[in-house]
Design a protein around this ligand. Structure first.
Ligand code: ADP
Length: 773
């Protein structure tokens, strides 16, 4: 390496390092540097550029300037506004300061200019150069800052020293690393060092890239959403929907103002509207908010109907619309009387209990009519989730209010008559017990602040008149039962059915078919035929259906035969409805051993329940066959035990349980029957079979039994007696405690039957079994 000593002005560089062969422009502002520049321009236009160690220092001392720098030639000078000068320089060769010659007005130093040796091509050098090219190629691929064409210009560069310097000037490196590269004079070492530096950079770039991908993914998503939203807005604006949105919000605002909402509901509605403004009503959230506000607006918060307190008129309406049902009517009139006096209609909830089709729903509707209240009906059958009563919380997707709020919306007034049908058909599961929610609804102390989960607003249900219906009381939870006043709506007798059909069902069906009453006329015997031969029920629902069916067929017949009117008689019924569908079980016509007629009460009304027992020699087995439910099986076993314990009293061999097999059979009737009331029948039959005493064929009985033989009361006496009468029985044995029910028994039955009351099974047996003379 040749050395050339020179005295030359020097400019300390801040934050840049210049390599030989590099062309670069930079701005000079410091007074000292400008002076050095001017001096250089006046001489040979060469200047020594060397970096200062810390770029922040304004006026660096000698010690704060590196000693190795680059001798450059000045290519161009441009005066910029202010005192700044822009200089374009080209690096010539490395140089090292020997000493400073002047410090003021600019630095001048004696430098050693280092001319590069000629490059000797050997294998090691060649290998190094190749490696350098490779890593630099990788670097270019990764860093987007260097155009890939740069590589091509390196391809035919023979001088590895020069290659090194040019590559170094391309790299984005920290100042001190560049300086280190500048200070390596030996070419092989310089290449090695550069390879290390580039490899290091590559590693950093790789990591950066990985981080970059992750960050970019995140940003991309956010940006995409933002972008789409903006686009949507633009589209909406273009379509004029933005305007529509505003219009919609104003429309809601007006509606809220007009609707007489309670304070909290109004505030809530306005608050939601505010949210709607922000989300935009075309978003999915917007849909949820709108339907919520709609719900608030559609509920009858302050709409009320005026009650009719005219008791006379109310009674007239009830009488006109329903035959019989005196209990219900009386209770409703009492209700009204209390309301008339106290001006408040609080009190127990009425629960109408009875088999299907006895008019529970329709009398409730009449009550609404009589009171001049709106009517809503909601069936609770199959409800097993609390949320069905009280609504789903709004956090659920697709949440809706519960049935109570739904019913109130339908009612359109805050004081409707609300019928909760089939309250006995509710069940519960893991999602909570609906009866708990119902308790709150029905409790007049609590229901003025009923809170639906969806609505999240308090609703006043205290003006609502609730009536519930059920088929049976057995499955109604006790606390619920306590809240209600039970009114039995039992089945109808044949006479009642006839009257209902004549006065209500036939006119109603004719009207529904748009037929005048004098065009199709039903004779009483025809209606009787339908009741007896084509229906088997406690209520009149299927009777009504059959009447409708007769009317339809009769109409068709009249059209076909071109006649103007028709009288419906028994023969028409046979023609239109086909063969008789039901015959009632008839009791035996003779006295027999071991055969006793019991009476049962089913969902379809009363029926007789014959029980047969036969005794045969054996080992004491007890066999039960036929149509026995669980309760009846128990009664059979209890009866068996009772007879064993009291065998001698009835003249039965006390050892019969070792020597005699008993077979109890309950013949399958038209309808399945079960219940405890077969107790007395069971014992009577066993005693008869074992004592070989005949049973009176004209006697029927009913009553639950204890192990000591006491006869307990039963339900459904009226229906049972009706069935017994139909079956040809003339004497019925009933529990003493049911004697009071006879008061309410229709005269038509009472006059035709002979009643015997019993408190103990002995009395039953005495009356039912025939003592051998
Ligand atoms: P439930 O609710 O007890 O099952 P519904 O109220 O549905 O019975 O009654 C069935 C049909 O029988 C209705 O059309 C009803 O008008 C009629 N009905 C029942 N009982 C009477 C009655 N006592 N007087 C007039 N119509 C009746």
């Amino acid at each position: 390496m040749d050395k050339k000593v020179k005295e030359i002005p020097l400019i300390p560089l801040r934050g840049i390092t210049i390599f030989p062969y590099m062309v670069l422009h930079f701005d000079v502002g410091r007074e000292k540097s400008i002076a050095a520049l001017e001096e250089a321009m006046m001489r040979d236009q060469e200047i020594f550029l060397v970096s200062q160690k810390d770029a922040k220092i304004e006026e660096p001392e000698e010690s704060e300037i590196y000693t190795v720098g680059t001798l450059c030639s000045i290519k161009q000078i441009l005066k910029l506004p202010g005192d700044t000068v822009r200089v374009l320089v080209e690096g010539l060769s490395r140089a090292k300061i020997i000493k400073y010659v002047e410090k003021e007005p600019f630095y001048k130093a004696e430098i050693n200019v280092l001319e590069e040796d000629d490059y000797v091509k050997d294998n090691k050098c060649e290998a190094l150069v190749r490696t350098l090219r490779e890593v630099f190629e990788d670097y270019i691929k990764l860093s987007a800052t260097i155009p890939s064409e740069a590589l091509i210009s390196f391809d035919d560069m023979e001088d590895p020293g020069r290659l090194c310097d040019i590559i170094s000037s391309y790299l984005m490196l920290k100042g001190d690393i560049k300086q280190e590269l500048l200070e390596v004079f030996d070419i092989a070492k310089r290449i090695e060092k550069l390879i290390v530096v580039i490899n290091n950079e590559l590693e950093i770039l790789n990591i950066e890239k990985k981080i970059g991908v992750r960050v970019k993914n995140k940003i991309d998503k956010v940006q995409k959403e933002y972008y789409l939203r903006e686009q949507l807005k633009a589209i909406q604006e273009e379509l004029g929907e933005d305007d529509e949105e505003k219009k919609e919000i104003t429309k809601y605002k007006n509606k809220i103002k007009k609707a007489k909402l309670p304070k909290q509901a109004k505030e809530r509605a306005l608050h939601e509207l505010e949210r709607l403004k922000n989300t935009g009503s075309y978003s999915s959230e917007g849909g949820v908010i709108r339907s919520y506000v709609d719900w608030i607006l559609e509920l009858p918060w302050n709409v009320e109907t005026t009650d009719n307190v005219d008791i006379k008129r109310a009674r007239e309406i009830l009488e006109a619309e329903h035959y019989g049902l005196d209990d219900v009517k009386d209770r409703i009139i009492e209700y009204l009387a209390v309301k008339h006096m106290s001006k408040s209609l609080k009190g127990p909830i009425l629960c109408l209990v009875g088999p299907p089709g006895v008019g529970k729903t329709s009398i409730a509707k009449s009550v609404a009519h009589a009171l001049n209240r709106n009517f809503v009906r909601m069936s609770l059958g199959g409800v097993k989730d609390e949320a069905e009563i009280r609504g789903h919380r709004k956090t659920y997707v697709g949440a809706i209010p519960g049935r109570i709020v739904y019913g109130m919306k339908q009612a359109k007034s805050k004081n409707p008559l609300f019928l909760l049908d089939e309250i006995d058909k509710m069940s519960n599961d893991f999602r909570g017990d609906p009866s708990d929610a119902l308790l709150e609804v029905l409790d007049s102390e609590q229901n003025n602040t009923f809170r639906d989960h969806y609505l999240e607003l308090e609703m006043d249900l205290s003006d609502v008149m609730f009536i519930t219906t059920a088929n049976t009381l057995d499955t109604i939870p006790r606390p619920l039962l306590d809240r209600m006043e039970i009114i039995d709506v039992s089945g109808y007798t044949y006479e009642e059915k006839l009257n209902i059909a004549k006065r209500h069902l036939v006119p109603k069906q004719l009207k529904e078919h748009n037929v005048d009453e004098d065009i199709i006329k039903f004779t009483d015997s025809a209606i009787s035929e339908i009741i007896e031969g084509y229906t088997r029920e406690s209520g009149v629902r299927s009777l009504e259906r059959q009447i409708a069916s007769v009317i339809r067929k009769s109409l068709t017949e009249m059209l076909e035969k071109d006649t103007k009117s028709e009288n419906i008689t028994i023969s028409q019924i046979k023609k239109y409805l086909g063969n008789v569908k039901f015959t009632y079980d008839k009791a035996d016509k003779e006295d027999k051993i071991g055969v006793v007629t019991g009476m049962a009460w089913t969902a379809y009304g009363g029926d007789i329940l014959p029980i047969e027992v036969s005794a045969m020699s054996g080992t004491g087995k007890l066999e039960l066959t036929g149509q026995l439910g669980d309760v009846m099986k128990e009664s059979a076993k209890a009866g068996y035990s009772y007879v064993r314990a009291n065998a001698s009293k009835y003249g039965i061999d006390p050892d019969f349980y070792k020597t005699t097999d008993l077979h109890i059979h309950v013949p399958e009737g038209a309808v399945p029957k079960d219940g405890p009331s077969a107790g007395v029948t069971m014992i009577s039959a066993i005693v008869s079979a074992l004592s070989k005493k005949k049973v009176r064929h004209n006697v029927a009985m009913t009553g639950e039994i204890t192990l000591t033989g006491r006869v307990l009361p039963i339900g459904g006496l009226k229906e049972k007696c009706l069935a017994a009468y139909r079956a040809g029985i003339d004497t019925v044995i009933i529990p003493k405690e049911n004697e009071k029910d006879l008061l309410k028994m229709p005269k038509s039955i009472k006059s035709k039957l002979n009643f015997i009351v019993a408190t103990h099974i002995d009395e039953v047996i005495k009356d039912a079994l025939i003592e051998e003379k």
